[in-house]
Design a protein around this ligand. Structure first.
Ligand code: ZN
Length: 371
């Protein structure tokens, strides 16, 4: 996984003119790498949620081209590999809910997928795409999905924000919260199919594990609870149970974050070893911040004028001694010192360097006023 990479030259495959050759090569070229990425994401799903994501799911991919196909259609011009809800025997396109009413789908079991998707411009992202819910026939289903999102919206939004995941509904220009709040009848109109999507940030080739792929993996893990909710409802599980599943997954995710799992997945363990040296770096950065350059220009001038262009420590001046003057924070900013004239004093470079960040002596009170 660490060696997995997508290069800019990989985009060239999308430009092969002959459709049959292009579709065959797109599969051979991208699928093996996408499989590695997906296996890695699914094992992280297992770790975080303590469930087996291979159960009840099947693979979903594009192009679905077969080598022997007579007609070669590349309708979408993209590539994806992911998972979708498993087709259950006997309830291929019609699944009953607890009231015995069927959930039906425009595209049967292709109604939704959680996948890694590559567009021909070398853009890759993680997406949950719920396509063409024939809304008029699935109002109960949509209500159930919205109900579960609503019950868990705070944890869900925190998880989305942490992972830069955004929501969109193709026919509705609404926020996630508004989409949840609106009645299904208001969301859908006659003859329209409703799309919903959860998308990671876009990552552009070249991509490596530490440069993009790791984020896509974490976005996959973050969107997984949404996938699971839709899958369970689609496969006919009772609403209360599905809501329970969502709550459990979100609370497992939260524990994973709090126990440092997310941190490790993002930074790796090497970062944790470096924490002490990082803290030292930070302390020296505070010293830099106390430099006069960070005092507002007008204020800087006022301080120098008040102190008559003279170092408050040694009494030397620019005019007579040709020294460089600094405006110093008496109480350093790193200790909460304010950028106010009462907390500022003029020091020459030498005296300023001799005054450590921990020394908060106001030298104006030590030295006699000089006129
Ligand atoms: Zn001085």
């Amino acid at each position: 996984m660490k060696d997995l990479a997508f290069d800019l030259k990989d985009i060239e495959v999308f430009k092969i003119p002959d459709p049959k050759t292009r579709l065959n090569i797109l599969q051979k070229y991208f699928f093996p790498r996408l499989e590695i990425l997906m296996d890695s994401a699914l094992s992280l799903v297992q770790e975080v949620y303590e469930i087996n994501p291979y159960e009840n799911t099947s693979s979903s991919y594009r192009p679905r081209h077969r080598q022997s196909a007579k007609v070669n259609i590349d309708r979408w011009g993209d590539v994806y590999l992911g998972i979708s809800g498993k087709r259950k025997p006997g309830i291929n396109t019609t699944i009953k809910n607890k009231h015995g009413k069927p959930y039906s789908y425009y595209y049967g079991n292709l109604a939704f997928r959680l996948a890694f998707r590559i567009n021909s411009d070398g853009c890759m992202y993680t997406e949950l795409f719920g396509c063409d819910f024939n809304a008029r026939h699935n109002i109960k289903f949509l209500e159930d999905v919205k109900h579960v999102f609503d019950e868990n919206h705070q944890a869900l939004q925190a998880l989305m924000m942490l992972n830069h995941v955004s929501f969109s509904s193709s026919l509705q220009f609404v926020s996630f919260q508004k989409w949840i709040d609106q009645k299904v009848e208001e969301l859908v109109s006659e003859d329209e199919n409703l799309n919903i999507g959860f998308y990671s940030d876009l990552c552009y080739f070249p991509l490596e594990f530490d440069r993009g792929l790791k984020r896509l993996n974490l976005a996959f893990v973050a969107i997984y609870p949404v996938f699971e909710v839709i899958r369970c409802l689609q496969q006919g599980q009772v609403l209360d149970e599905v809501n329970e599943i969502m709550m459990n997954m979100l609370s497992r995710y939260e524990s994973w974050v709090h126990s440092g799992g997310y941190h490790n997945a993002f930074y790796g363990n090497t970062y944790l070893d470096d924490v002490s040296s990082e803290a030292e770096d930070y302390a020296s950065y505070d010293l830099e911040l106390d430099n006069y350059a960070f005092t507002r220009a007008g204020l800087w001038w006022d301080v120098l004028a008040r102190d008559k262009w003279t170092c408050r420590s040694c009494g030397r001046s620019t005019r007579v001694d040709g020294i460089t003057l600094h405006v110093d924070h008496i109480l350093p900013r790193s200790q909460g010192g304010m950028d106010q004239i009462s907390n500022l004093q003029t020091l020459c470079a030498k005296c300023n360097l001799g005054k450590s960040n921990r020394d908060t002596t106001d030298l104006r009170s030590v030295l006699p006023e000089k006129d």
